[in-house]
Write a protein that binds this ligand. Structure first.
Ligand code: FAD
Ligand code: NAP
Length: 349
């Protein structure tokens, strides 16, 4: 059987595309990603980037309030019982993602917990290969594979991954190794602000190491950080080396001032990288046009078309500029509508 539309990715873009495609009776098949150690390390587990965060305050339709009762009734009990208790302040990232997934399931989306590792776009129908070795044929594809966290690329950083080096404070911050110790966050964007604020729950002090003297983050997030007495910002600074030993893991970082070259050692129990993301497009192996950073390029304004007819893209994988949950959901909707119209024009109803 040839699928009419296969959606790859399980963030806001993938689920929104699935909701629209399912409601158009396309019975979409969605690959949500695989539960592998590699995906855990890269932050590319099913449910996407929002599953790695706490409160989401800017997704329209989810004001502050207690959602517990609604979550109890909206989400399948087997998944509901595994979710963290609700904080009562709005919607959390994992809650929002579970709600999107449930909505897509309700309309008949079929979900496979697997990665797509290869696609052959030279043939029609397209052929997709999964990590577990199965192949699927599809008339159209929506690429919604999002993006993953970047690391600094230091040898010492690699050495201490899972031993004090992390790219996800919400996933790892509560671990005993990080409690009551100074911690380091690298970066100056919204993620760095969020990670630093979150880590103040556990750390004695949080250092933010930023290479400039101004944050890229939104004003509201930056102000929260600058007003937090537990956060100490090291401006014009970069991490030269992660320090540690085999037994304790990370014990500190050596930083340098990018202007004067002066170095300083900060004692720290962990380092959290929040220096941006790389789009998950390696599996496309150059068959779809991407820009120099690997983001899928849209070939028509206000459309989700890519360089390959029948392949559409949505969300952060094609967006190095907005990178928000709500814009990803918006382009997910657009991709499903574009795919539906293209399939109809090809006679694949
Ligand atoms: P993603 O959320 O990146 O999801 C893509 C998913 O697809 C992957 O995680 C993986 O499971 C799957 N996948 C990847 N490759 C494959 C493959 N080959 N095969 C199968 N599946 C695959 N935005 C906001 O608007 N508000 C916020 O408060 C906010 N907070 C954030 C906090 C953090 C810590 C981070 C990192 C980001 C935050 N963002 C926030 C940004 C937001 O999370 C992203 O813009 C959004 O999740 C992008 O959605 P997406 O659907 O494009 O992809
Ligand atoms: P980002 O906005 O791209 O910021 C990355 C930061 O890391 C920048 O400050 C950058 O410095 C720094 N950086 C990049 N490479 C570096 C390197 N090699 N060494 C040292 N520093 C480096 O990424 P992000 O913070 O992950 O945010 C991504 C998107 O998600 C944004 O659109 C953001 O708004 C969104 N987001 C939203 C929320 C929220 O609204 N609550 C929370 C998190 C993320 P420079 O500034 O010098 O370039």
């Amino acid at each position: 059987m040839t699928e009419r539309v296969v959606i790859i990715g399980s963030g806001p873009a993938g689920w929104s595309a699935a909701i629209y495609a399912a409601r158009a009776n396309l019975t979409p098949l969605l690959f949500e990603g695989a539960m592998t150690q590699e995906n855990y390390q890269n932050g590319t587990l099913p449910l996407g980037q929002l599953n790695l965060t706490t409160e989401v305050e800017n997704f329209a339709g989810f004001p502050a309030g207690n959602l517990s009762q609604f979550l109890d009734t909206a989400i399948a009990p087997d998944r509901r019982k595994t979710m963290a208790p609700h904080g009562g302040h709005g919607v959390s990232g994992p809650e929002l993602m579970e709600l999107m997934k449930q909505q897509a399931l309700n309309f008949g989306t079929r979900v496979e917990t697997d990665d797509i590792v290869n696609v052959d776009l030279s043939k029609r129908p397209f052929v997709l290969t999964t990590l577990s070795g199965t192949t699927v044929e599809a008339h159209s594809i929506i690429v919604a594979t999002g993006a993953r966290a970047n690391y600094l690329g230091l040898e010492s950083e690699d050495k201490y991954k899972n031993q004090g080096v992390s790219a996800c404070a919400v996933c790892d911050g509560a671990l005993p190794r990080f409690r009551n110790k100074p911690l380091v966050v690298v970066g100056g964007g919204d993620s760095a602000m969020e990670e630093a604020s979150y880590l103040t729950k556990f750390a004695s002090t949080v250092y933010i190491i930023h290479r400039r003297d101004e944050f890229r983050a939104s004003k509201i997030m930056a102000t929260r950080v600058l007003e937090n007495p537990k956060i100490n910002v090291k401006w014009f600074s970069k991490v030269e080396e992660v320090l540690g030993d085999e037994k304790a893991g990370v014990t500190g970082v050596r930083i340098s001032n990018v202007k004067s070259g002066e170095t300083e050692v900060l004692e720290a129990g962990g380092m959290f990288c929040a220096i941006g993301h790389t789009p998950n497009t390696a599996f496309l192996k150059g068959q779809v046009q991407t820009d120099d950073k690997g983001y899928v390029v849209y070939t028509e304004p206000f459309r989700t078309n890519t360089s390959v007819e029948g392949v559409f893209a949505a969300g952060d994988v094609a967006d190095s500029y907005y990178r928000q949950a709500i814009t990803s959901a918006g382009t997910g909707c657009m991709a499903a509508l574009d795919a539906e119209r293209w399939l109809a024009a090809q006679g694949h109803h």
